[in-house]
Design a protein around this ligand. Structure first.
Ligand code: ZN
Ligand code: ZN
Length: 361
């Protein structure tokens, strides 16, 4: 990511201070520090102030890394960071201090408050930065696309290696290994491989069970590459698909395509969710669709917006979201189809390049 992009992000956040009447903002969530300063360490606080260089506080473990990764001024602090942050704010005589109330521990809040000068106040800033992170820059979309390509390659190579006796856990390990070999830092979340009736558990953990013949096989996976997550699910059939499995698969695919067709700049996220549900209702399967249609992703695997039934957030060009309807029938199994898509003015671009035809292995 170019340094200018971080500078622009910090400037945009500071420009919003007037609405909130903040003199400064303390950013303490590592993912938000990374978004605004490029620093990838796990322990830092960033102080933003309009028209001044941002200051990044971290501990001695990160001294070298911070100087390499960020153009912000770096302060290395021994012990907890927050007392040093509040002494800095006091020296600057700043009074209205925004902080990430949903991302800070009670202890950090107390440490911060202790050294603040009289008259200064800590004010909840909420998810100010998460709101901005919803809209991705072209550079970010490119990174998500690359992460998705890595995951897709790993998926395709891994399913070719399925042999009699391959277990869920073995296949999940193979997928994770291939993602790293193809350029990912790590999986974006714990890879899900669930076969047969276990695929009816939307968040099944891969077990030591051998993949059985004439069963569904659900794989939900994603890479974390250059910090950016990708997410996809495909459901396959081991053996010759039964008519019931085929019918269910096509219902889910139609629902997924209906939801994708609804995606466009200006459409409410709830509308996309309802498009999927409406299609499943036609097949009597809407009761078996037990989660929301999708979620945003980027530096984190689950970000705003959520694509749920009652969500009102409007989709905007530049958002990257998943579209992942599924149906789950106890004793039979589950089918989910998930793509990562980038919202555009006229619709969306599907970033997951893997076929959605019902594949039998
Ligand atoms: Zn997924
Ligand atoms: Zn997902």
């Amino acid at each position: 990511m170019l340094e200018t992009e971080y500078t622009l992000r910090r400037r945009a956040i500071c420009a919003g201070f007037r609405d909130h009447k903040f003199d400064a903002l303390i950013v303490s969530a590592p993912v938000n520090v990374r978004y605004l300063a490029g620093f990838t360490g796990s322990h830092a606080a960033l102080v933003l102030e309009p028209d001044r260089e941002a200051v990044l506080f971290t501990d001695p473990r990160y001294q070298i890394q911070a100087s390499q990764e960020t153009a912000c001024r770096v302060r290395v602090v021994r012990g907890p960071l927050m007392p040093a942050v509040s002494r800095h704010l006091a020296r600057r005589r700043l009074l209205h201090i925004g902080f990430e109330n949903h991302r800070i521990s009670l202890e950090e809040h107390q440490l911060l408050e202790k050294d603040l000068p009289l008259g200064a106040s800590l004010e909840a800033a909420g998810s100010l930065i998460e709101q901005r992170r919803m809209i991705k820059s072209p550079a970010e979309i490119e990174l998500i696309r690359r992460s998705m390509l890595t995951a897709s390659r790993a998926f395709q190579a891994a399913i070719r290696r399925i042999r009699p006796g391959t277990t869920e856990a073995g296949l999940a390990a193979e997928i994770d290994h291939l993602m790293r070999r193809y350029g990912a830092e790590k999986p974006a979340f714990e890879t899900i491989v669930a076969s047969g009736p276990r695929s009816a558990l939307p968040h099944a953990s891969p077990g030591p069970v051998a993949l059985g013949l004439n069963q569904l096989l659900l794989i939900d996976m994603g890479a974390c590459q250059e910090g950016y997550a990708s997410d996809m699910t495909r459901t396959l059939f081991l053996g010759r698909p039964t008519p019931r499995a085929k019918r269910m698969y096509h219902a889910v695919l139609e629902a997924q395509l209906a939801a994708i067709a609804a995606v466009r700049d200006g459409v409410a996220t709830g509308e996309v969710d309802r498009a999927a549900r409406r299609r499943l209702r036609a097949d009597g399967l809407d009761q078996a669709f037990v989660h929301s249609t999708g979620h945003g992703l980027g530096l984190e695997i689950h970000e705003a917006p959520r694509l749920g039934r009652r969500e009102k957030t409007l989709l905007r060009a530049g958002m990257v979201v998943t579209i992942e309807p599924g149906v789950y029938l106890e004793g039979f199994g589950g089918i989910r189809i998930e793509d990562t898509v980038a919202v555009t003015a006229a619709g969306c671009e599907i970033l997951t390049p893997v076929s959605k035809e019902f594949t039998a292995l």
